[in-house]
Write a protein that binds this ligand. Structure first.
Ligand code: KIV
Ligand code: ZN
Length: 500
């Protein structure tokens, strides 16, 4: 079966979107999860963008074992050098360089003539090829480019040594018919087009990113660029899970494979949502809470008679397992490990030891541990790690009521030292956060968002708190988990402050 390569850009185009920034440990965790899901290429970042971006691309390049690791770069020697230096230690490094080819971009942004654009493509692709055996060239805003000029740009990039040619719909303007026509046009008009992989990169401004990617594949594209949960600039990118499940569900229309382990889709989607501190829209295709729920009586009746009446794919095919086992304080390490693995989490021994300790502590507070509880422990293990190296909550007391001014006493541990502060506030959370502000030195910041939700049912449910803290134009997400919502909130705030 012909293969369609999956190029995941969650950590680059996805992370570029407001509110989607991630720290190094989170990026590595996502990259490893993507590798386990068997994507072909991971675009780990835009190395020249900042020292932090460079370091995270480099760390991902070092950490991954099988995936190709790419860094984006503009078509300049300085950018390409940075991209190469960041990815060169990867098992399979790739430089992804781009230059716009649409009249609007060339005139207003690049201020370059067509010949200057073609000359730059030739020089910069060759420059990148001298450094790295794998080079991808993207014609930015390709779908608003003149087809004949785009064909010349693609031809130039191929002659200069690019082995992947990407056709982005940068502004999400194209329709499926136009996308198919453009792929067909390039296949017809560019010499040697069959010697390279033709890729597409679709944005979702009109909600057509996945449809356009599928149309491109049906017309002969061999690679699709996408992001987990469709995160990305503006309305986002083509959603990896939607594209993969469309291919999986309709082999009659797409007789090719993308080689993805689709049973990893649900855990990876939840990991990304959890790190970003947001929930999937309940009706989100494939991974929304209602994606497999049948509410209407007539539908339930049909599904009970035969699932195929209303279900075109199974929850199991995306790794959404039905709970078969209840865990509690008598459950051993092995049972916990097995359940985690059924939920899609592969932890090494050290991680499992730590998680098991937290599992036992939770059992002291909660009788029955559901899949959601266990998964929350797994998803929060990174914030628990950050707390170990940064400030860590030792204890707190809050006093609140409708006749008193709320006050909080919070003490934290940092590098073996214990400090304590008292603060007043408008309610217990505000008071506690004010105390944390006095304890943790940080640049000027403000609380942009705060949300709390329960993880499972019952009065003893764990609460998950999410805070978004703004510092200049940077927004960090802090997460906290506890059966006590005030504690979860303080943990989330400290987690965010540690990241600042
Ligand atoms: O949307 C776009 O055009 C891009 C390119 C840089 C590939 O993200
Ligand atoms: Zn993009």
């Amino acid at each position: 079966m012909p293969q369609v390569r999956i190029f995941d850009t969650t950590l680059r185009d996805g992370e570029q979107a407001p509110g989607c920034s991630m720290d190094l440990a989170e990026k590595i965790e996502i990259a490893q999860a993507l590798e386990r899901m068997k994507v072909d290429v991971i675009e780990a970042g835009f190395a020249i963008a900042s020292q932090g971006d460079f370091e995270s691309v480099q760390a991902i390049a070092r950490a991954l074992k099988t995936c190709t690791v790419a860094s984006l770069s503009r078509a300049t020697p300085k950018d390409i050098d940075a991209a190469w230096n960041a990815v060169k230690e990867a098992k399979s490094p790739l430089i992804h360089t781009f230059l716009a080819t649409s009249p609007t971009h060339m005139l207003y942004k690049l201020k370059m003539s067509e010949d200057e654009v073609l000359g730059t493509i030739a020089r910069m692709v060759a420059y990148a090829r001298n450094l790295c055996p794998q080079v991808e060239f993207s014609a930015e805003d390709a779908m608003r480019s003149e087809p004949a000029f785009l064909a010349r740009a693609v031809d130039t990039a191929i002659r200069a040594g690019a082995m992947v040619i990407n056709i982005p719909d940068t502004v999400g303007y194209a329709t499926p018919a136009e996308m198919a026509a453009m792929i067909g046009y390039l296949k017809q008009h560019v010499n040697n087009i069959d010697t390279v992989t033709l890729s597409v990169h679709c944005h979702n401004d009109l909600g057509l990113a996945v449809a356009n990617s599928l149309a491109a594949v049906a017309a002969g594209a061999g690679q699709v660029e996408c992001t987990v949960n469709g995160i990305g600039e503006r309305a986002g990118n083509a959603a990896l899970e939607e594209f993969a499940m469309a291919m999986h569900t309709r082999p009659d229309l797409y007789p090719m494979t993308c080689g993805l382990d689709t049973t990893r889709i649900s855990p990876v989607s939840r990991l990304v949502y959890s790190i970003l501190g947001v929930n999937a829209p309940i009706n989100k295709a494939v991974v929304g809470q209602n994606a497999f729920a049948h509410e209407a009586g007539i539908h339930q009746h049909g599904v009970m008679a035969n699932r195929a009446t209303y279900e075109i794919m199974t929850p199991e095919s995306i790794g959404l397992m039905q709970n078969k086992m209840v865990l509690g304080k008598h459950s051993g390490r092995h049972a916990v490990e097995e359940r985690l693995s059924a939920l899609g989490y592969t932890l090494d021994k050290e991680e499992l030891d730590k998680l098991f300790t937290r599992f036992k502590a939770l059992c002291d507070r909660k009788k029955v541990i559901s899949d959601h509880d266990l998964e929350a422990l797994a998803l929060h293990r990174l914030s628990a790690e950050i707390a170990k190296s940064g400030y860590r909550l030792e204890r707190f007391t809050v006093n609140s009521g409708n006749y008193v001014t709320s006050n909080a006493v919070v003490s934290v541990l940092h590098e073996g030292e214990r400090t304590e502060e008292v603060a007043l506030g408008d309610g217990p959370i505000d008071a506690a956060f004010n105390a944390v502000d006095k304890l943790i030195p940080a640049p000027a910041h403000s609380l942009e968002d705060y949300a709390i939700q329960t993880i499972s049912e019952g009065k003893d449910a764990q609460g998950e708190a999410i805070v978004k803290i703004r510092c200049g134009d940077r927004v960090v997400t802090g997460r906290g988990l506890s059966t006590d919502v005030v504690e979860a909130s303080i943990l989330a705030y400290i987690n965010g402050m540690n990241k600042l």
